[in-house]
Design a protein around this ligand. Structure first.
Ligand SMILES: [Zn+2]
Length: 122
């Protein structure tokens, strides 16, 4: 539901910031050829400027339409993260992957350190 807001009051605009829903982001992604003005008609409650800045952040042609995560093949790509969408992962799989990489990096560093210590002793 749209909240009534006083456009002259900066603070009230900030306090009524509406997070973008997956459906809204999907509409933007499905119409790369539309102008922000044309998208504005499909997105009630969004201004041309907000659509323009959102699109510049997620990219007009950032990835193929309707892409799903390459790991779970179920959830949509995490569009808000350019790194996750480049890796073709949804949010959950991206977080799992980064967690695994961190653990692997720690393990690798520990192995290197113990090898280094062994060489020093020899
Ligand atoms: Zn996934």
């Amino acid at each position: 539901m749209l909240q009534k807001r006083d456009d002259t009051n900066e603070a009230s605009i900030k306090s009524t910031y509406k997070f973008w829903t997956d459906d809204e982001l999907r509409i933007i992604r499905l119409h790369p050829g539309f102008t922000a003005q044309e998208l504005c008609e499909l997105l009630p409650g969004r201004t041309v400027d907000s659509i323009r800045s959102k699109r510049s952040r997620i990219g007009r042609y950032s990835y193929p339409e309707d892409s799903v995560c390459i790991v779970c093949r179920d959830r949509p790509l995490w569009a808000e993260s350019s790194k996750a969408s480049r890796m073709l992962l949804c949010k959950g799989c991206f977080l799992k992957e980064m967690d695994r990489r961190n653990k692997e990096a720690r393990y690798y560093n520990a192995l290197r350190q113990s090898e280094f210590k062994l060489r020093k002793k020899a």
